[in-house]
Structures are given as C-alpha cells and as structure tokens.
Design a protein around this ligand. Structure first.
Ligand SMILES: Nc1nc2c(ncn2[C@@H]2O[C@H](COP(=O)(O)OP(=O)(O)OP(=O)(O)O)[C@@H](O)[C@H]2O)c(=O)[nH]1
Length: 372
C-alpha cells in the first residue's frame, strides 16, 4: 500500500495543478497511441512510407515522454503551465502536419486530428495564443501541401490538395475561434469564482468580527461557547468566563466625543488582547462590555490573568486624545461548573461584575460558588 502511494507520488506528485496537467497529458497519450497504431496499419498496408512513418512514430513517442518529464519538473524549472501547453500543442500540430505528408490516400482524414489538438488548447491557452497556433498550423500545412504538389504531383494532385487545404484551414480557423470563446467563458467563470471566494471571506469576517475593535463579535462568541458546550470535556478541564466593563465610559464620551470613546475602545481591545494567551477568546459583548473565555483555566489561575490585563489597561495611553487619561475596567469572573450551560456561568460573572461596580470599580471580583 505504501509502495503504491510512493509510486503514485513519484509519478504524479502532490500538487493539484500538476496533477491536472498530467491528466491532460494522459488523455493526449491515449490519443497518440491510437494515431500511432493507425500509422502502423498504414505501414503494413504499404500506403505510408515505412522509413518516414517509423521516424515519426519514434519522434512522437520521444516527445510524449519529454512532455511528461517537462510537466513533472515544471515547478522546479519554474516553467509556467501555459508555456508547456504551447510547446505540447506545437509538437502535436507539427507531428500531424508531418503525418499528413507521409500518409497515403487517407491523408484527408488525418487532418481531423489537428482539430482535436486545438480543442485541447481550450483548457490551457489564451484565445490569442490559440489563434496564433492556428495561424502557424495553417501556414505549415499550406507550405507542406504546396511542396508535395510541386514535388509529387501524381500522388498529390493540386485539384484535391487545394480542397484538403481549404477545408482544413477553414475548420482550423472556426475551431480556434470557438475554443477562444470557450476559454473566455472559462476565464470569466474562474474570475467569478475568485470574486465569490473573496466575498465569502468578507461576509465571514463581517459575521464574526466586531468592526470597531476587531475582536470577536457577540454572535461569534456565542458560536464559540456553543461549540465548547458540545465538546466532550474528557478530563473535565476547567473553563472560566469573565465579563469586563470599562469604568465611567459615558464620561469619556461626554469629554472627548463619540470618536474619542471609539479610540478608547480600540486601544482597550488591543491592549487587553495582548495580555492573553493564544487559546483565550475576547469578544465585544455590548457597547463597552467585553466577554472573555479562558479555556483550561481554573478560577485561581484566571484572577492573575485579569489582574495583569487591568494593569496593562491602566498603563495604556491614548495619545491622540489625552496622554493623562487613565482607563480602568471592572470585571466579574466565574468558573464553569461541570457541563452547565455557559449562560449560567455568564450570569454568575455578571453578578460579580455588578458587585465590582457597586463596590468602587477598577477591580476584578471572582465568584467562588454557583448560585443555589
Ligand atoms: N464611543 C462609543 N460609545 C459607546 C459605544 N457603545 C456604547 N457606548 C457608550 O458607552 C456608555 C456606557 O455608559 P454607562 O452604561 O452609563 O456606563 P459607564 O459610564 O461606563 O459607567 P459604569 O459602567 O457604571 O462605570 C454610553 O454612553 C454609551 O453611549 C461605542 O461603540 N462607541
């Protein structure tokens, strides 16, 4: 099993874009294989020149292997996929023009293969590149046919070759234009998908982040708490909840205006968040009220966290307003008991906050026992 995985990784790598290119390559390979078998049949029938047909088969097989190696090493060689696709299509179209030159009476049918190669370009080339490729093919075919008509008019009568060329050139042009339109549609869809992804990311941010403070918003915090409630707490790890409220915030607004109050909220959020660990979640719960979730933290460990936060908040300066302004907050702290709903823990933290406010503010009150 692991040998199979190793071999698969060796042949097709792990990069999704590379695997997509190799899938196209595999499809082309299958098509080449059919063309080669048909060429061998022509050799057997004596309708194609043996030496030229064998040389073409060798050239085709070597190109297929070389294309695989180039695609596989494209990341390391830093060759863009579109350039590889142009090269691949160029070789394929060249082989087909050569196949036309050496095929016997069925050479007219072999021109269909040119169209298949152009259709493949829809997936990797830009419309302009496909048109340029089509123009080069028409030129190469024209020159080849003219050369054959001049050098071997018996096998390649001008009256028939002109029709071959006319049909091939017009079909190639039509297919190139159609594949160009299809690539435009594909690019449009790709762009729309990218725009949609950006829009979804923006909606997700709007739905989860508080615009003013960049903290989690109330809706997101409720989701976090819901997920925490559903989580199996095998070891029964402790969890604490704290409700924080900035003291005398109304007077900040009255003195510095609403914009000044907003600046205080932003600085408070940034300062408070800096005092926390990675797993702690601080959310804006309401106007100047914040809810803090401290996972894996018992009440005795949570108190110093909040004291440290209070110290930092007292020391913070809102330079754009008033360097003398000192902001403080009051907090109520509660530990979750067993699997009780967080609403109960929050309600205890709220009561503790009320006590903190009522008994002078600028303090953290931990509440030890659950309400009866
Ligand atoms: N600038 C600003 N003010 C807000 C925002 N949300 C709520 N407020 C204000 O916050 C103030 C809260 O005032 P109160 O609830 O009286 O509380 P307080 O003045 O902080 O007093 P205590 O909480 O008792 O210390 C109100 O004036 C609200 O208008 C906001 O997003 N920006």
């Amino acid at each position: 099993m692991s040998l199979r995985t190793d071999l698969t990784r060796l042949f097709i790598g792990e990069d999704r874009q590379l695997q997509r290119l190799l899938a196209y390559w595999a499809a082309t390979c299958a098509f080449y294989a059919v063309c080669m078998v048909l060429m061998l049949l022509q050799i057997q029938n004596g309708t194609a020149d043996r030496a030229a047909a064998t040389a073409l088969i060798w050239f085709g097989s070597t190109s297929v292997v070389a294309c695989y190696l180039l695609i596989r090493a494209s990341k390391a060689l830093r060759v863009p996929p579109a350039r590889l696709a142009v090269l691949q299509a160029f070789v394929a179209l060249g082989c087909n023009v050569a196949a036309y030159a050496i095929s016997g009476p069925i050479r007219g049918a072999s021109l269909m293969v040119l169209l298949v190669v152009l259709v493949f370009c829809t997936f990797s080339l830009r419309p302009r590149q496909t048109l340029a490729l089509c123009a080069s093919t028409i030129c190469a075919l024209g020159i080849t046919i003219a050369w054959m008509v001049i050098h071997d008019p018996l096998r390649y009568p001008a009256s028939i070759e002109v029709i071959h060329f006319g049909l091939a050139a017009s079909s190639l042009l039509a297919v190139a234009l159609l594949t160009g339109e299809m690539s435009k549609l594909r690019s449009g869809l790709k762009r729309q998908k990218e725009e949609l992804l950006v829009a979804v990311a923006t909606i997700r941010t709007l739905a989860t982040v508080d615009e003013l403070t960049s903290l989690a918003n109330r809706r997101h915090m409720n989701e976090v708490l819901g997920a925490e409630e559903r989580r199996e707490r095998g070891g029964g790890e402790p969890v604490c909840i704290a409700l924080l409220d900035i003291d005398f915030f109304k007077s900040v607004n009255d003195r510095y205006g609403h914009a000044g109050g907003d600046a205080v909220l932003r600085t408070f959020a940034a300062t408070a968040r800096e005092a926390l660990r990675g797993g702690d979640v601080l959310a804006r719960w309401g106007g100047e009220e914040f809810l803090l979730l401290l996972p894996n933290t018992a009440l005795a460990e949570a108190t110093p966290v909040l004291d440290r936060m209070a110290e930092r908040v007292r020391a913070m300066r809102i330079g754009e307003l008033d360097r003398e302004l000192t902001v403080t907050f009051s907090a109520g702290l509660a530990e979750r008991h067993g699997d009780e709903p967080f609403a109960d823990t929050i309600s205890r933290a709220d009561r503790a906050l009320y006590i903190a406010k009522a008994s002078g503010r600028n303090q953290v009150i931990p509440i030890e026992t659950p309400a009866a």
